[in-house]
Structure formats: structure tokens, C-alpha cells
Ligand binder design. Sequence first.
Ligand SMILES: [Zn+2]
Length: 473
Amino acid sequence: MANNARTILTLSKSTCRLLCLPPSAATNLRGPFSLSCPPPPNAITNLNSYSTRNGMPTSRFCPPFDTSFNGATFSSSTRTPSMSIDLQSHAFTRNPIRSKIPKPEHPLSAGPSFESLKTKLLGKTPLLSSPDFKILPFRKGWPLVSCIRGKGNDDSASGWDLGWISLADCKSLMALSGTQMTEDLLVYLGSSVEDDAVYWAVDFSGKDNLAEELGQKQLSFIELRTLMVGTNWSDSWAMGQLAVAGHGRALLDWHRTSRFCGHCGERTVPMEAGKQRECSNQSCKLRIFPRVDPVVIMLVIDQENDRALLSRQSRYVPRKWSCLAGFMEPGESMEEAVIRETLEETGIEVGEVVYHSSQPWPVGRRTMPCQLMVGFFAYAKSLDIKLDKAELEDAQWHNREDVKRALTLSEYEKTQRTAAAKVAQMCKGVQNRHSQSADFNTEDGGLASMFFPGPYTIAHQLISSWAYQDKGK
Ligand SMILES: [Zn+2]
């Protein structure tokens, strides 16, 4: 990992809140362990608005800071954030029911709660008082969602909540579709000691009659990308809900694509409350674990001319530009993957590679249940672009002012509100629940001549971090 003076960052007051640092941390820092992430002006500003909602934990992530702070600074030699501070507010991070993992012997941990679940399903009375079981159904990777009504009739003022159902309701719905409820159908998601609750995911794919049944209760399966675009990224509670949904989808998709042993071809069965699977062939018994596919994503920087390399794929909507990205190959480091992908796609040689942050991405290809986007700044050693047309439609250098202008003019909040209104309408059954695939393309960039993926993406965070970073290096 490179560690020279390029790892400069600016900690604004809002960034300090984002990182759960006191406002007195607001300064320019220089050092090997500084993570750079000043948000754009229209990004996260209110992480202390975490509020109590039904069915989910109520704890805060960040303590409230004195917002009257007015800009004092400190020396980096006396207070330097450590590498452990990695609280970027990327979508699908900060899962509240995984934030405090109980010890294995705790009744709310995966093992004991799975035993408790089995007892309940057998209709027996548990020996000890049993936690509340909350189950989140998914259908083809889409989580069940309910509508939170806003004040008045304004759809844009309302939000969404995960559609948790009880164990009894889950049993009834399964029976309606002709399936007997067994513990192996449930996958452990996490728990909340405060609420004495254990959370599970269940797959309702193929049970179309249940979608209609749930629709009558104003519960609807909604595409995860639509939820991602429509979630208010300044609402840490809502972002937590999105993280739970992303985790559930990733786990269920992995179970769906891992039903047979890659070694002997026999069926596999869930183990450890769905945290693993094991081959049912007694002479094989291969254990497999949830799959994560790492992807490097990099903003290539021309430091001398203060420009960043942005690219377009042919599938992008007009005017949309983003960072380069590519899957890692076996036997290479992340830094090597950054260098290789940049050279392959643009012909540009990269020297130094600096880690920025990472983001789970459970909304990629369904054959890959969860990608892990690992973000870097990559400093160019050569500047001539030789495009690989099979990979990219275009790639160009853009100066900092143009990037800042695009960030300022792009109407990300309007896009978010539009998607949120659509989610609310879907929950109420106003919109056709089966025609949501185009919703992600509500991205249009507003008035900007170019725009970038929304603030829910690590690409956006990389671009805005660079754009708002001090030039002094
Ligand atoms: Zn096997």
C-alpha cells in the first residue's frame, strides 16, 4: 500500500460527523493511514437523525456532536485517524443487525437461535424465553417492502420499511403455496439485543400467489436497485435498512446458486443457520461458504495537469461517465489488478495505487451474489489513451473544475425523490409491481453536461473525494 504524501485529505465538519470523529478533527491531514472521503455538498449531512422505527434496532451509530463548532484545527502529529476508521457511508454498509455480533453461546447468536427456531417449528415450548423472530421474504432477489406514510398525501415525503413478517405468518404463507415450513428454509441475518429479536431471510421465489396475498396488505417485493436509488442517503436508518436487504439478497442468491457440490455433484444442504452449506454425500461432505467477488474500481489521476480519467460503457445512458473497474484475477494483488485493468482498457500506465474505501455490491450480476467494490486512486505515469473498444465506448481526461461543475449541477436528490415516490406507489399497488426494471435508469444527471453514478456508489465517492480534495500534494 502506497503511503507517501499523496494520501492527503480534507476533513470537513460534515465529514467528521460521517466518520464519527469530533468536529475538532476538521483539518487537512497528511499521512499513510488517512482515508480520504470529503462528501460533495449535496451528500450525507445528517447522520445523527437515526430514529426509532418499528421492527429494527434503535441504537445510534454516531454520537451527536456540537454543531456550533467553527473551524478549529489540530496537528496531524498529535491526532491521526487510524486505518480502523472506515465508516464511509456507502450504500449496503452499516448493517444495524450485524453491528453487534453476539458471542456464539448467546441466545441471539446464529447457533442457539437456530435451535430455538427448530423447537418453535415443532410446536414445542422452548425451555427458555424465546426471542422475537422476524422474517424478511425475498422474491427473485427483491425484498418485501412496506410503505411508511408521510404527512399528507405527498408520496415523496414517505419512505419505505422492510416487510418483516412473523414466524407464524411465514408458516401460513408457506402452507398457502403448498410448502411445509422447515428451519432449513430460513437464513440467519443478525440480531438485536435491545429488541430481543433475531432476523431471518426466506426465499419466496416461485410462489407467485404469495405476492398477491402480500399485496393485499400493501406489502410489495421491490427491486433492490430501485430501493437503492430511492433511499435517502442522509437518513442513516434508511441506509441501514438497505444494508439489511442487500445482505439478505446476497445470502439467498448464494444459496440459490450453490445447491450442488462442485466436487462430486451431489446436493448440498444449508448448515449453521444458513451461514454455510455442506455436500450431502457422506464420503465428500465438502463445506462451502458464501461467495464474494472482489472488483477493483479506480479513479486514475493525472496529478501534473490536475485531471481525472473518466470512462463510458456502451450500456450507460447518455452523458453518464464513471471510474474504471474490473474483476480481480486469481493470483494477483488488488494493486496489480488496478494497474492491469487500467492498462488493458485505456493503455495508460499507472504508478502509485492508493486505497480509498470499499463497498459491498449485491446488485450486480445474479450469478455473483455479492461483489466487493474496492476503491483506489491510481496515479498515471503516461497520459495517451488507447481505448479498448470491446470494453469501453469512451475514456477521456476531465479537469477538476468540470468534474466539480457536473457534481454541482447533477440533480441526485431529485432522482432520489423520484425513485422514492415510485417505491411508495409500488407499495400502495398504484404502479405495476412487475415492471420496475427501467427504474434504475431514472438517472439523467439533471442540467449537467456530464454526470456520474449517484452518491450510493463508491464511484461517486471516489470522484467527489478527488474533486473536493485540496490540490496541494
Ligand atoms: Zn460433494
